[in-house]
Design a protein around this ligand. Structure first.
Ligand code: ADP
Length: 368
């Protein structure tokens, strides 16, 4: 059990790539922290630095309050599971699990006890005499986790551990990992580029972009109150619609998407007092697909571009009247309940819940 702290951590690789800049992140004891962001944003680097596989270029790493920057990897007591499992192909499952225990120089009976305990916990007791090639993807994944857990590490690091599995198995193992992590109470940092995995697994999630932390907090908080347009658009499938807005000083109304919708400024200013500083400036607005509905005001006659029917709901891609048809950046998407009811080319009235409107500066920072 342990806490983990990244304090002003930076990493520049020898070729000049700046993978992390001034990362500050604290992981609590027993917490599942998910690092999420697009490929190349520095997630794996953050794990590798903590595991001691690469040195940081600046800042301090602490485990349980103690600086570990100079501590050799084997003394950090951290276990890591990668996406390519890295099981020893010529060894049985039992020997794979035993390997780290031999490295720790544990006596035979203790090794056997831990192997029995871990394999029971992961439901792989009947696979102990098989070799990795005789296992399914899901079973291999469990063995890889077992090999990490059998050491009873202080911190557990997982780097995209499910990316080699098919969709159904991913969902199942994801919930197994969540249950196991809670049961064992091991401080865990989990890396993924998949926002669904992040939302469902994390006690808290940390969103990274270009080596910089964008926001960190409980999943629902980030979903409901994104700190910037990147986080808003990254979380959710589809993500938040981001489009132009303008709070005209003379009109006392907020104009959205080229005037497609207008809402009175007064109530908005009461809800978001900082908006007053941005009257007369170009802004960005954000609406989640589920914020739209045909029965709400303000309403606008929008042009349907396409509809994706998912059976119980549909994703309606549309262009608001003030926008240019065909301009990709001006196409918005609404999530409406029920089967497809509209055709491309048709106009429908579409409004939204003003309580769910997000506003951002032109640079993309949330206005609260
Ligand atoms: P992620 O895990 O989010 O996909 P990484 O941490 O692997 O991102 O990489 C962050 C950035 O650092 C990327 O631009 C990547 O190309 C670069 N990078 C990663 N490892 C090395 C390395 N050993 N040498 C040089 N650049 C690297």
């Amino acid at each position: 059990m342990a806490t983990v702290e990244y304090l002003h951590i930076a990493k520049t690789y020898p070729n000049g790539t700046r993978a992390l800049e001034d990362l500050n992140l604290s992981v609590e004891d027993g917490e599942m922290m998910v690092l999420v962001g697009p490929s190349g944003c520095g997630k794996s680097t953050a794990l590798r630095l903590l595991a001691g596989l690469d040195p940081s270029s600046g800042g301090e790493l602490r485990i349980d309050g103690r600086r570990v920057n100079e501590c050799a990897p084997q003394h950090r007591n951290i276990a890591m599971v990668f996406q390519n499992y890295a099981l020893y192909p010529h060894m049985t499952v039992r020997r794979n699990l035993e390997f780290p225990l031999r490295m720790m120089k544990l006596p035979g009976p203790e090794r056997s006890r831990r192997i029995e305990e871990t394999s029971r916990m992961l439901g792989i007791s009947d696979l102990l005499e098989r070799r990795p090639r005789q296992l399914s993807g899901g079973q291999r994944q469990r063995v890889a986790m077992g090999r990490a857990l059998v050491r009873k590490p202080r911190v557990f690091l997982m780097d995209e551990p499910l990316s080699n599995l098919d969709m159904k198995l991913r969902t199942r193992i994801r919930s197994e990992i969540a249950g196991l992590q809670k049961r064992l109470g091991i401080t865990t940092i989990y890396v993924t580029h998949d926002q669904v995995e992040a939302m469902t697994l994390g006690d808290r999630i940390a969103v990274l972009k270009d080596g910089r932390l964008q926001q960190c907090g409980p999943p629902q908080e980030l979903y409901d109150q994104p700190a910037n347009t990147f986080v808003g658009a990254f979380l959710g499938n589809p993500g938040m619609n981001i489009f132009h807005a303008w709070a005209g000083s003379g009109t006392a109304a907020l104009q959205l998407a080229g005037g497609s919708w207008q809402i009175p400024l007064g109530p908005l200013l009461r809800r978001k007092p900082k908006l007053a500083q941005y009257v007369g400036h170009p802004l960005l607005a954000g609406l989640r697909p589920e914020a739209f509905s045909p029965w709400q005001t303000p309403a606008a006659a929008v042009l349907i571009e396409s509809v994706e029917s998912l059976g119980h709901e549909r994703l309606v891609h549309f262009v608001p009247p003030g926008a240019t048809p065909g301009a990709k950046s001006e196409t918005l998407v609404a999530r409406l309940p029920g089967p497809q009811a509209e055709q491309p080319g048709q106009h429908i009235e579409l409004g939204f819940d003003t309580g769910q409107l997000h506003l951002f500066t032109h640079e993309g920072d949330a206005i609260v």
